[in-house]
Design a binder for this molecule. Structure first.
Ligand SMILES: C[S@@+](CC[C@H](N)C(=O)[O-])C[C@H]1O[C@@H](n2cnc3c(N)ncnc32)[C@H](O)[C@@H]1O
Length: 243
């Protein structure tokens, strides 16, 4: 059983495309701001690319996707294949565990930009020990030294005041990655964060996805709300690390 993918995920994503559109647009705008770092892109946790604009993928000569989900490769090809054919972008989709085998993957794609596509915050669901999750995330980011890479991932998620209609998202917010030894309390006091939290209309305690130190200090971070359902929201953070 895959806790962060599989048929239930695809069904949910397909049904919520309209409700997610504003979050998808904001991810697209963030991606457009990134100077295209390479002609080759590796997407880790690509799934079917439900939240990935084809237009950004068309910038590349070659896109290689990785996902452990057995349905992801075929669905990704179906959703993005036609657009990538138009741009003559080569598309290769793998079904494999890219996080466990990251080092050989990085060596095999030594010129590619690497995008962790909403997967680093999911590591939380694949291990029971919080220390193990933090250790895994740290090992992943360490191994990316000297590479051009980015990630969009869950920072927090939780219940919100229910809204049957598509909700308007919090105002766009961009901050810089704080030093890694800063406490969670201090992080929450960064300019704009309190207002962003308030606009999410959270209820109760939210889940920490343990991604607070994914990016090196000073990396620009875009904060994006993702209304996963009428009563549950994810707080995504997106950043790109250039060499
Ligand atoms: C939230 S979904 C990603 C959504 C996707 N980026 C999209 O736009 O549709 C997380 C994905 O990460 C995948 N995943 C989890 N662990 C993985 C791993 N170790 N290697 C590759 N993919 C993984 C899951 O199977 C799932 O499809």
């Amino acid at each position: 059983m895959n806790p962060s993918g599989g048929l239930v995920w695809h069904w949910h994503a397909w049904r919520h495309q309209h409700a997610w559109q504003e979050s998808i647009n904001q991810i697209g705008q963030w991606l457009e701001e990134i100077p295209t770092p390479s002609k080759e892109l590796v997407l880790i946790g690509a799934s079917a690319g439900w939240m990935m604009p084809s237009a950004w993928l068309q910038r590349f000569e070659k896109v290689t996707t990785f996902d452990i989900d057995l349905f992801a490769a075929a669905l990704f090809r179906r959703r993005h294949g036609p657009a990538l054919k138009v741009s003559c972008t080569q598309l290769i989709c793998h079904t494999s565990d890219a996080l466990t085998h990251l080092q050989p993957l990085l060596r095999a794609h030594n010129r590619a930009a690497i995008l962790f596509d909403n997967v680093l915050g999911q590591i939380r669901f694949h291990h029971t020990s919080i220390d193990e999750v933090s250790h895994r995330i740290e090992a992943i980011t360490q191994s990316l030294r000297g590479r051009s890479w980015g990630s969009v991932h869950d920072a927090y998620s939780g219940k919100v005041v229910p809204s049957p209609a598509p909700r308007s998202l919090p105002l766009k917010l961009k901050t810089l990655q704080t030093p890694h030894d800063v406490s969670d309390n201090a992080r929450m006091k960064a300019p704009g964060i309190a207002e962003f939290c308030k606009q999410l209309q959270p209820q109760g305690e939210w889940l920490d996805h343990l991604t607070a130190n994914v990016f090196p200090e000073g990396t620009p971070i875009h904060h994006i709300a993702w209304p996963y359902s009428t009563h549950y929201c994810h707080w995504l953070q997106a950043g790109w690390v250039t060499v």
